[in-house]
Design a protein around this ligand. Structure first.
Ligand code: AOS
Ligand code: ZN
Ligand code: ZN
Length: 387
């Protein structure tokens, strides 16, 4: 059995990217609840994200969404973030809130609408130059609701052409990550429904195009860690959108619904070389805190990722390989489960203290007075949300 002290240094440098929209209001189509202290501006979202990083040491990057986080001067926003101790990360495009895209954006039959969606991505790339972001993340809400509504094949061809135009606009140090989702908002077919479709497109684009795996975007029962292993094997896993789900795309706190699944995913990430200083994989959260407090919700999330990373690092990989090769089914399973069942919370608390971080970031935040301060300060204005 590997011990915690053997993996302690491997936990250093873990960087989780938090989404700006996690700090704004969100909800379901039934209601969006407002909460006291919710940011009104991008700067206030960054301040909250920087607070998560200050208490955990785990979240040095903030992912932005265009147009929700549109500002006049992104270079100034970058300096503002850096002064707070965080950097601006992935830029997310949005082709799902414009009436023009009712029947598609990058796949639309009308060349003018396709060009409008392409131009939006060009704008995102301009933002990336100012923010210093590496990744352009594309999630498409495109698809159809009824059989026969669209030409499935023609839509793929138009998508490939639009993606090519966007990809060719990227600078040499920028990447495109293409997210897939099996349904919603379209209910019959989705144009990028699965990792295979995303892989086919990014493989055709070139070496700076990758797949984004959102853990909530699969049919129930899907073996997500297998997809992780396969994409890493192919060199095409670019990023995660971590969250957890009970039913569909629930966007709940990562590790809340199924910590064992998160452990299995992280084990394959480590096994496949996706973890550590040389990794190409961005560990993003894609979550919404509809009813719970948002900053503690994000603190809990990054701690859950760290905890399951530590447990996955504890797997005795040489003993596991030996058991696998000798065909010892039960021993191999036991070795994996031993690591999963190891409670690392006390070790992680000590690890944090040694590094000048609070042993219990959640409690330290609640006692810090930050929440009371933002609730007192953020009066008036319009609270940020999915707009
Ligand atoms: C939508 O279901 C996806 O998960 C996207 O990543 C989405 O764009 C994100 O939640 C907000 O930008
Ligand atoms: Zn996502
Ligand atoms: Zn989603």
């Amino acid at each position: 059995m590997t011990t915690f002290s053997e993996i302690a240094t491997l936990l250093e440098g873990q960087a989780i990217e938090v989404p700006s929209w996690a700090y704004g209001n969100s909800g379901t189509r039934f209601n969006v609840f407002g909460t006291a202290g919710t940011p009104r501006t991008v700067e206030e979202k960054l301040a909250d994200a920087a607070t998560v990083h200050r208490f955990t040491g785990l979240a040095p990057l903030v992912s932005l969404h265009i147009p929700w986080d549109l500002v006049d001067d992104f270079a100034a926003l970058r300096r503002y973030a850096e002064d707070l101790g965080v950097a601006l990360g992935t830029i997310n495009s949005n082709t799902f809130q414009d009436d023009d895209y009712r029947l598609g954006a990058l796949t639309h039959t009308d060349a003018k609408i396709r060009q409008k969606a392409i131009d939006h991505h060009f704008e995102c790339i301009d933002v990336m130059h100012a923010t210093g972001s590496r990744d352009l993340k594309i999630w498409l809400a495109e698809g159809t609701n009824y059989p026969g509504q669209g030409d499935l094949r023609g839509r793929q061809d138009r998508l490939a052409e639009s993606l090519r135009t966007i990809y060719d606009r990227l600078a040499d140090d920028q990447r495109l990550v293409l997210e897939y989702k099996f349904f919603e908002p379209a209910f019959y077919h989705t144009d990028v429904p699965d990792w295979g479709t995303s892989y086919a497109h990014v493989a055709a684009l070139g070496e700076r195009a990758f797949v984004c795996l959102d853990t909530g975007h699969h049919a129930p029962g899907t073996n997500i860690e297998f997809i992780v292993a396969q994409l890493l094997r192919l060199g095409k896993l670019g990023s995660f959108d971590f969250n957890s789900r009970f039913y569909a795309d629930d966007d709940l706190i990562v590790g809340a619904a199924d910590p064992f699944q998160l452990f299995r995913i992280l084990f394959e990430v480590i096994r496949g070389g996706g973890y550590g200083p040389d990794s190409q994989v961005a560990f993003m959260l894609d979550q919404c805190h509809n009813i719970e407090a948002k900053i503690p919700g994000q603190i809990r999330s990054v701690l859950n990722v760290q905890e399951m990373t530590a447990r996955a690092l504890l797997v005795d990989s040489s003993a596991l390989a030996e058991a696998q090769e000798s065909g010892d089914v039960l021993l191999a399973n036991e070795i994996l489960m031993d690591a999963f069942y190891t409670d690392v919370r006390a070790d992680l608390a000590a690890w944090r203290e040694e590094r000048g971080l609070p042993a219990n970031p959640m409690r330290a935040y609640l006692e810090s007075g930050y929440q009371q301060q933002i609730e007192a300060d953020r009066i008036g204005g319009t609270q940020a949300g999915w707009n």
